[in-house]
Ligand binder design. Structure first.
Ligand code: XBP
Ligand code: MG
Length: 241
């Protein structure tokens, strides 16, 4: 019995990563770092979930020699870079740089009318969720989502299942009564690690990922009716029983 949908944010609700990429580059320029990530590099860096973790991973690749004594200097610089990046991203989204992917809003509205519970499980920062959904759904967007787990509540990033385990715990539902919607291999592994059936809608940054174990891999949620999700979910649960 499907009782809840759990949405990933970046790449799933909206194709946000080009705007994240531009924001990272704007932050690097603002801080006078000669770093400029292109899409090919960013596609590889996206294998590291979390903007701060992604900057640290890149830094350790590019400047392994720059070891500060106890990591405080590096952590302070990464925190500052990420703060600036988030401000750039938030402003870009506020100016309308990102729209929800096709079918997303329709599915959210169908699910709400049908009394399903909705949640968000993401590794992005809370301000990014608010900026995106305020712009796409209006100021009372939060009423649609009973539970939101994000980088501020689940520090262990995908593919670790923490964000999904915490979402299920707060929904007080067994994984078998929910369905995750994701866009990436990290997201799929995190959701599967929490026992969730998962529908994947890839994008340009994740189309090459391995989606073995997904319930379905779809071009998008366009035309995806709630009853289709219910049927796929029920059939998979019977098969697994
Ligand atoms: C995608 C991520 C995030 C974003 C950047 O999150 O891994 O790190 O790329 O946002 P998800 P931050 O697919 O789980 O929604 O810089 O705020 O991390
Ligand atoms: Mg994602």
């Amino acid at each position: 019995m499907l009782k809840a949908l759990i949405f990933d944010v970046d790449g799933t609700l909206a194709d946000t990563e080009r705007v994240h990429l531009a924001a990272f580059n704007a932050a690097f320029a603002a801080e006078g770092l000669g770093w400029q990530w292109d899409e090919a590099l960013y596609t590889r860096l996206l294998e590291v979930s979390g903007g701060k973790e992604r900057i640290r991973h890149y830094w350790q690749q590019v400047h392994p020699e720059r070891q500060d004594i106890d990591g405080t200097e590096l952590r302070a610089l990464i925190d500052r870079l990420h703060e600036i990046k988030t401000a750039y991203y938030e402003e870009a989204v506020r100016q309308g740089a990102v729209q929800l992917r096709p079918g997303v809003l329709e599915l959210i509205e169908q699910a709400r009318r049908a009394g399903l519970r909705l949640a968000i499980a993401t590794t992005t920062s809370p301000v990014n969720i608010a900026a995106l959904l305020r712009s796409a759904m209006g100021p009372d967007w939060q009423l649609a989502f009973e539970v939101i787990e994000d980088a501020s509540t689940a520090p262990r990033k995908k593919p670790h299942p923490q964000v999904y385990l915490q979402t299920l715990a707060r929904l007080n539902l067994p994984a078998a009564q929910a369905l995750a919607l994701e866009d990436s291999a990290n997201g799929l592994q995190a959701a599967r690690g929490a026992g969730l059936l998962t529908v994947i809608t890839p994008n340009v940054f994740t189309a090459h990922h391995d989606f073995t174990g997904a319930l379905r891999v779809l071009d998008s949620l366009a035309g995806v009716e709630l009853d289709m999700l219910r049927q796929w979910h029920a059939a998979a649960n019977v098969a697994a029983a």
